[in-house]
Write a protein that binds this ligand. Structure first.
Ligand code: FCB
Length: 460
């Protein structure tokens, strides 16, 4: 298979492609540990909160679990070869805390540490930069049993974990990410019961938010002190929050969702304060010096974005608002995510103005329910159209002044998509979960050609 040959699509030479990206722009792909690794019991890995959550009846579509997933733990070399074929310059992955510290703290697991040595070394040999995220939601169950994100002690446990990772990999890794989408795992885990620990408890949510923020600060300090040349960030999902109806109550619901979803972590971490809507609720938790501990200098902003989100008023809901589906009539993907590249462009411009940091788009992608055709291929035109439109919108944001320096597709592989299990596929590469066979989709071929064309454009 050669992903890099073949004619450019007509679209690739359209006006939006002509808008130049900065020199050294990074093209990449993203994954996360629990979603691809499998190898749940291999080599001393401890249990994670997702192992337990998946086993609770009714939590995950089809009763799916991450027990095997893409078996990336054993097949990482094949996956690196696929990335090389794509021509990506960077790979964003996460380390599994329970693989490195099976009890969450204390004695490290050498076999788990050695796995990421092999992965990082393999990436570097393939000329691909490793971008390492420390937390993509798979908390060690042992720490959950000690209070999880609800206990303030976790900031220290996380700081120790960050120091372990920095000491082990800091000689080869420069890009560190403290957290992936803190607002998703806190809101979904403590407010909506869609993620572990499966609660709908407003005060637990506020404790989790504050302790994740403190852990972020502790992580930044630990990494910085061990790897002085590190480029550190948190990755935030920022998506316009819209009311689903036209009532003032729905508008207020959308503002509150915006505070939890888009500002509960970015504002304390980057501006040193909680958003106005949340400040009075957080005040009882905030000790003197906490905001200084949280607001540590970072080097860039990681943005995950695929569509706007919607809220409606619901006085009976624990948070006073409910998550809502996009209204009928808006353009949506087959899995119900709104297609709105302009919202992506505007979000990039807005983040540039608010936080004055270089932005890397660390996730953007489209989900679908897909099967291989009779010839064993997959012509995922809708995904190509999505990526083309969103990359075009990013170029527009750059042309209008946004400092965007890289873009990572979610995701390299079809994988375990949390509550949706294996039903929703986001990969550029199709995975047959029965055989573990990988098949690049049309979008993989398109992305490889796009990266190649961009490289030619910048060398001219
Ligand atoms: C993001 C998550 C990622 C994946 C994509 C579809 O919110 O970070 O793990 O589930 O959505």
């Amino acid at each position: 298979m050669n992903l890099q040959t073949g004619p450019l699509e007509r679209d690739d030479s359209s006006d939006s492609r002509k808008r130049l990206l900065p020199l050294g722009f990074v093209w990449g792909v993203s994954t996360s540990s629990y979603q691809i690794e499998g190898a749940e019991d291999a080599d001393g890995r401890g249990p994670s909160v997702w192992d337990a959550f998946c086993r609770q009846p009714g939590r995950i579509a089809n009763g799916d679990t991450g027990k095997i997933a893409c078996d990336h733990y054993h097949r990482f070399a094949e996956d690196i070869a696929l990335m090389r074929q794509l021509g990506v310059q960077a790979y964003r992955f996460s380390t599994a805390w329970p693989r490195l510290l099976p009890q969450g703290s204390g004695l490290p697991n050498e076999a788990g540490l050695a796995f990421y040595d092999r992965l990082i070394d393999g990436l570097l040999e393939a000329g691909i930069q490793p971008w390492l995220c420390l937390y993509h939601w798979d908390l060690p169950q042992a720490l959950q049993d000690r209070g999880g994100w609800e206990t303030r002690d976790i900031a220290g446990w996380y700081g120790d974990y960050a120091a372990l990772v920095a000491r082990r990999y800091g000689d080869r890794v420069r890009r560190f990410i403290t957290f992936n989408e803190p607002s998703v795992f806190t809101l979904f885990g403590y407010g909506m019961a869609w993620h572990p620990p499966g609660l709908t408890d407003r005060s637990a949510l506020h404790r989790a938010i504050h302790h994740v923020n403190l852990a972020h600060g502790a992580g930044v300090d630990a990494i910085r002190s061990i790897v002085p040349h590190a480029e550190i960030a948190a990755v935030h999902n920022v998506q316009p929050s819209r009311p689903v109806g036209t009532t003032p109550e729905d508008a207020a619901a959308a503002r509150l969702l915006d505070a939890y979803w888009n500002r509960a972590f970015t504002e304390p971490q980057l501006l040193g304060r909680y958003p106005d809507e949340l400040a009075p609720l957080m005040a009882p938790l905030v000790k003197p010096g906490d905001l200084e501990r949280i607001c540590r200098p970072v080097d860039w902003f990681g943005l995950n974005h695929s569509s706007p989100v919607y809220a409606r008023a619901d006085q009976a809901a624990p948070l006073g608002f409910a998550w809502a589906d996009a209204p009928a009539g808006v353009r949506q993907s087959p899995i119900g995510w709104q297609f709105d590249p302009e919202a992506f462009r505007d979000t990039l411009l807005d983040l540039h103005r608010r936080y004055h940091l270089p932005i890397y788009v660390t996730e953007n992608g489209a989900g679908a329910v897909e099967t291989l055709d009779a010839d064993g291929a997959l012509d995922d035109r809708a995904r190509v159209e999505f990526l083309h439109a969103y990359i075009g919108a990013m170029r527009e944001a750059v042309a209008n002044g946004a400092d965007v320096r890289g873009y990572f597709v979610w995701s390299l592989l079809d994988n375990f998509e949390w509550g949706a299990g294996y039903a929703n596929r986001f990969g550029l590469i199709h995975v047959d979960f029965a055989t573990q066979r990988r098949t690049p989709k049309a979008s993989a071929h398109w992305y490889a050609r796009m990266i190649r064309a961009d490289a030619l454009e910048t060398t001219i």
